[in-house]
Ligand binder design. Sequence first.
Ligand code: MLT
Length: 313
Amino acid sequence: MADWRILICDGLAPAGIELLRQHAQVDEQTGISAEALAECIHLYDIIVVRSRTKVTAELLEKASRLKLIARAGVGVDNIDLQAAKIRGINVVNTPVATTTAVAEHTIGLLLALVRRIPQADQIMKAGKWEKKSLMGMELAGKTLGIIGVGNIGQKVAKRAQAFDLNVIGYDPILTTEDFNHLRIKQVSLPQLYTQADIITLHTPLTPETSGMINAAAFDQMKPGVILLSTARGGIIDEDELLRRLNSGQVGGAGLDVFAQEPPPNQELLHHPNVVVTPHIAAQTKEAQTKAALHAAEEIERKINGLPLRWQIV
Ligand code: MLT
């Protein structure tokens, strides 16, 4: 066995850990605190993280032997990419492992909202049989606007098309040919805001997208619009969302991600037209096994000096 030392900082499916053990010495410290990580990071060549571990510039200053940060998952907003780049540390993620799970969860949140499934469940469990307050809305014929038509946005589109939703999308990277191929109508952001009955977010959190769903964006949206986010907290201005829910301009919100996790804004969570889940969109056995294996395979490539498939830095 080579001298490579790997630290697993967050939950990783066993299949990935088994693969890593064939190539290196692996220490599992799932849930390691920021302080403990800062104390031991100098011992490791590779760390494996999910979104919980914050890989800051300050932490990387101590990472004298670190060569690779493997993110088992998609979002890399918890990693200071610039600091990694300056130090010559590679960063990889697993961009395709969890896309199906996240797309399915997005549709799940939408169905839960428009058919009032959580309320119906609570009513029946309270021993009541009540239909009047549980009037729903059909998806067929409505317009779904997808902001960010990447791996996940495309899978959401495919599922939405099966529900006979008209799918429109905004993505600054995709070409018109890409949109045509996906059978998604390409629109500008203002067009999406004004045309969509349902808006779903599938962009990373970047300086450009941080706070993009703000008062100015809400002002352009249709009355009663439904907003979904399984992307990243911080893209939606949550205080503004609450105001718009209270005024009725926003008809409902399905949220899996929050600016702060766990979210302190209980009023938003308890709003009757909000369905919330604790950042579990990617949390399926299948997705987590794939993410662990894809991360482990990238690490194997790094150890063997092969080109990385999902290199971000
Ligand atoms: C992701 O970015 O992959 C998901 O949000 C799940 C996670 O943070 O692990």
